[in-house]
Structures are given as structure tokens and as C-alpha cells.
Design a protein around this ligand. Sequence first.
Ligand code: NAD
Ligand code: MG
Length: 295
Amino acid sequence: MSKQICNPLTKYHHGKFPKQKQAAPALQCEMDPIPDCGEKTYQGHGRLEGRKMLVTGGDSGIGRAAAIAYAKEGADVAINYLPYEQKDAEDVAKVIEAVGRKAVLIPGDLSDEAFCKKLVEQAHQKLGGLDNLTLVAGKQTAVEDIMELTTEQIKKTFEINVFSLFWVTKAALGYLKPGSTIITTSSVQAYQPSGNLLDYAATKTAIIAFTRGLANQLSSKGIRVNCVAPGPVWTPLQICGGQPSEVIPEFGKQTPLQRAGQPVELAGVYVHLASEESSYTTAETYGVTGGMHIN
Ligand code: NAD
Ligand code: MG
């Protein structure tokens, strides 16, 4: 991407999206258009030199953009994802290794507490330390009518989106030193919940409370905890049941910036919250929403 000043309305894809649907979890490499996760467009400036980061959901979408940006800023990165997403994860590893950083791939299911523990142990061991948790993985499945919303789905959404934050954090705390950071991922849905995302929106509000409470608890240890709240972003999550497929062509058009965001447009915020630049920021939620309000 050139350094020229760009019109945000037209900087990235702003036409209709082709109708598409994949089974969950979708593969980013099969999307049309492929989301921009900063593979070519993110420019690092050494802001995370030598850091050791663990990114959940790091194979695709927003987590992938964070993982790539971290590597370009000088960090070694472990990423977690589901085994089905191996191809996307390997593509991320290639980008990380191409900029001379270490990529550690740890597939597994975050709705399993024992795996969450194993994930942190492996990340710490293979990276030779741990300075940051970037918790991006999430499940979103639209259901129009609460009467159709199964207990199984409600439990899974909470396990992946909320419980895993407790499990991963508990496993990691023994390793995190003063100066370490934790970054969670909520949504504009925490503030403006859609009628067809009841379980998902409730988890995203829970993540805000978790972030603020944990920030209060960990402040005396010198560990900062912050949250990113995205608006509509073009990622696999949306085309595998996150939205009804008929609304995909117009996805993001309702925002003041009149288009969906691209994952790379969130990368700088994750980098900021992980870096020394944000040393006086904790318990904060940072919206990247195309202009939708988060209060
Ligand atoms: P994405 O599909 O690229 O990322 C979600 C990731 O979650 C998947 O890649 C998968 O690896 C991971 N995941 C799902 N279930 C898992 C499980 N059981 N175990 C381990 N990993 C699992 O989509 P994304 O949009 O980049 O989503 C990232 C985060 O951003 C999510 O928390 C989502 O709620 C949030 N978010 C997205 C949007 C958006 O419009 N795309 C808007 C607001 C918030
Ligand atoms: Mg994925």
C-alpha cells in the first residue's frame, strides 16, 4: 500500500461481495475476495522487537492480521486455530518466517480446558517465553428466533468466546512478567446487539466485563489488559453462518464508512495495545467499527 493519503471510503473493497457460504470454520484461502491481513500491506517499525506473543484465531481474519503485524514489528508468534484450518495457518507461518521471525503452530480446540493449558505450555516452551496473550478466536452463528437457538450452541459460543479466556489466562499468568499485555476481542455487538446474534452478543458484552475486571486485578502486577471491539470486518467468520448468506453482498454497507473493514485495518490497534506506546492504557476498549458507536 502506498503511503499516499487515501479516502477511507474507497481504500479497500467497497463494492458488493459475491454471495458465498462455507461450513464453519471457513477457510480464508477459499474466500472471494481474500481478506487483506497485511501480508503485503502492513509495514512494521520494530515496535515489538524480541517479544513473544500467543494469538488465538491466528490463522485467519483479525487474528491473522495481528499475528502478521506482530511479526513485522519484530516479535515471535505462536498461533492457535482448529485442525481444519491447517492450510490457512501454514500460510501465516510462511509470512512470519519470511520476515525472519519464529512461527509456532499449535492447533486445538479452545472449548477444552485441558487443551487451553497445553496451548500455553507449548507456546511458552517453543517461544522460549511469553509476553502477550492476544485472544481473538471466536464463534458466531446467526439464529433468527430464540426458540431455534439450541442449548448446545449457546454453551459452545460461551465456551469458545468467554470460558477459554479464563482458561488461557489462568494457564499463562505464571509466565507473564510486569510489562506483559493481554488483549481480548469483543465486538460492536456488545453495544448494538443484533436480534439474530443473541448468544454471540452476550459473550461479547461478557468479554468487556472480563477485560475491565482482569485489568483491575492485574494492574498491581504491571500487566495491562485491553480490548478491541471490531465492527463488520471481511473474514471467514461471516461467510460460515456468522451472517445469513443473503446479507453477505451488502456486508458492512450500513456503517458510516459504507464498507466492511479489512483485518489489516485492525492490526495497528493490536500492535499499539501490545507495545510500550500504550503503557498508560489498561481496562480500555478500542473500537474499530467504520464509525459505529461503542458506548
Ligand atoms: P475468523 O473466522 O478469521 O476467526 C475466528 C477464529 O476463531 C477461527 O479462525 C478459528 O481459528 C477460531 N476458533 C473458532 N472456534 C474455535 C475453537 N473451538 N478452538 C480454537 N479456535 C477456534 O474471523 P474473525 O472475524 O477474524 O474473528 C476474530 C474475532 O473477531 C472473533 O472473536 C470475532 O467475534 C471478532 N469480531 C469479528 C467481527 C467481524 O465482522 N469479522 C466483528 C466483531 C468482532
Ligand atoms: Mg480461521
